[in-house]
Design a protein around this ligand. Structure first.
Ligand SMILES: Cc1cc2nc3c(=O)[nH]c(=O)nc-3n(C[C@H](O)[C@H](O)[C@H](O)COP(=O)(O)OP(=O)(O)OC[C@H]3O[C@@H](n4cnc5c(N)ncnc54)[C@H](O)[C@@H]3O)c2cc1C
Length: 388
């Protein structure tokens, strides 16, 4: 687009991390953008997934998911850079440790800091000190699961391997994002680039064409309504699957993020994330196809039991003022949108969709917004050719 032409008018529906990031990148690409949302940055609501997110960089992309790996790589680079350059955005660098119990598990041992350190590039020499090895890569394996792509490719920073005979795993440097602060940062950036945000709730996606701030009809609409894409008129995507996740908020705290893969519990993991202002969130129990808020107590109890058993630091009374038992002060169930074949980022005429990223909305937000811009540019190029 050249600046002499009138700008293409876009309405982004949805002010979650996907809508806001799409809006910001479209503004930077010289589009004229209005964002509308039932919820806006600053709100907290169970239906506004981004506002309840714990938001860290992790990736469970498999070896054959090259596009997902690319999406997660873009996110890692972007958020690590932001953490280095401007902590006021709510993005902070933290270590993450992933532990895997042996499949024959029932281990009574807990994880400690007795890490064996090495870098991925020197992994062959270091691997001899570990109890289990991947025969083809000579890297230590984490229980039944292979070392993930971002460790094998030496992609993330500060890689260390851990292993004590009963458990194995790795740690690396990642980010934690204070969701509400980061959403407000995006809002401010949108306004700084000339975008407008407004609170509006629509029943049909076609209403959005009439809601551009200029009062002119929008040329393009971007649907970033997350879970609401199942019910929003004109979208009604019945392939969106709600995923229930349980979170337990505790006063006990630890020095780093810890995730645990326990093959003895059907692969259900837990994620234990220290919060910037103290305390820890324990999350897990990702239950697909569940939009019901039942079982809260049962799921919380399961998470607390596992965290107590395997993460000694949480209940170590000698550090961080921790109590002998995990002290829960809040529990929540939240829902995320997913689709069997991954997020929907595609164009249908003048409508572009960007939703259903499940557990990776923050991680994926930049690369998916870049794709939205490419799809918008494609639309502009076609329109231009037709009008010649
Ligand atoms: C507990 C938990 C932990 C998580 N941890 C991580 C993590 O570590 N890393 C990570 O990357 N991701 C994580 N996620 C996932 C991430 O939060 C989501 O993928 C992401 O927030 C989805 O963003 P979204 O913009 O698609 O949807 P939402 O944030 O739900 O935004 C949807 C927007 O659409 C608007 N809207 C809906 N219907 C209408 C309507 N009819 N009219 C107008 N506006 C409408 C809403 O008001 C809202 O503004 C986690 C999520 C949860 C719940």
């Amino acid at each position: 687009m050249t600046s002499s032409k009138p700008k293409v008018k876009v309405v982004v529906v949805g002010a979650g991390v996907l809508g806001l990031t799409s809006a910001l990148l479209l503004l930077k690409a010289n589009y004229d953008v209005t964002v509308i949302g039932k919820h806006l940055p600053g709100d907290t609501d169970a239906d506004y997934t981004s506002s309840c997110s714990i938001a860290n960089w992790v990736s469970t992309a498999t070896d054959d998911e090259e596009f997902t790996q690319h999406v997660h790589k873009v996110g890692y680079r972007y958020f690590m850079e932001l953490a280095r350059s401007d902590e006021s955005c709510g993005v902070h660098m933290v270590p993450h440790q992933h532990n895997v119990l042996r499949a024959d598990g029932e281990s009574e041992s807990s994880f400690s800091d007795s890490s064996t350190s090495s870098s991925a590039s020197s992994s062959s020499s270091s691997s001899s000190s570990h109890s289990s090895h991947s025969s083809d890569s000579a890297l230590p394996v984490a229980g039944n699961s292979a070392v993930p792509w971002f460790i094998r490719q030496n992609f993330v920073e500060g890689i260390k391997f851990i292993g004590d005979g009963e458990t194995s795993g790795y740690s690396f440097q990642t980010v934690t994002i204070e969701a509400s602060k980061y959403l407000c940062h995006l809002k401010n950036e949108i306004e700084r680039h000339g975008g407008v945000l407004g609170r509006r709730s629509i029943n049909h996606i076609n209403e959005a064409y009439y809601l551009h701030d200029s009062h002119c009809m929008a040329d393009l609409v971007i649907n970033c309504t997350g879970l609401a894409s199942t019910t929003l008129g004109g979208v009604e995507d019945h392939d969106v699957i709600p995923v229930k996740t349980q979170t337990v908020w505790t006063n006990n705290t630890i020095s780093k993020q810890i995730s645990l893969n326990d093959p003895n519990s059907g692969g259900e993991g837990i994620y234990v994330y220290p919060r910037m202002k103290g305390g820890t969130i324990i999350s897990g129990s990702y239950i697909r196809d569940s939009s019901s808020s039942t079982d809260q107590k049962k799921l919380s109890k399961r998470l607390i039991k596992r965290a107590t058993r395997y993460i000694a630091e949480l209940t170590d009374t000698k550090t961080r003022g921790n109590t002998k038992e995990i002290c829960k002060y809040r529990q929540d169930q939240r829902f995320m949108a997913t689709k069997a074949n991954g997020p929907r980022v595609e164009r249908e005429g003048t409508l572009i969709h960007n939703y259903a990223v499940c557990r990776y909305g923050f991680v994926s937000s930049i690369a998916l917004a870049e794709k939205v811009v490419r799809l918008a540019n494609e639309f502009v190029a076609i329109e231009h050719a037709l009008n010649k």
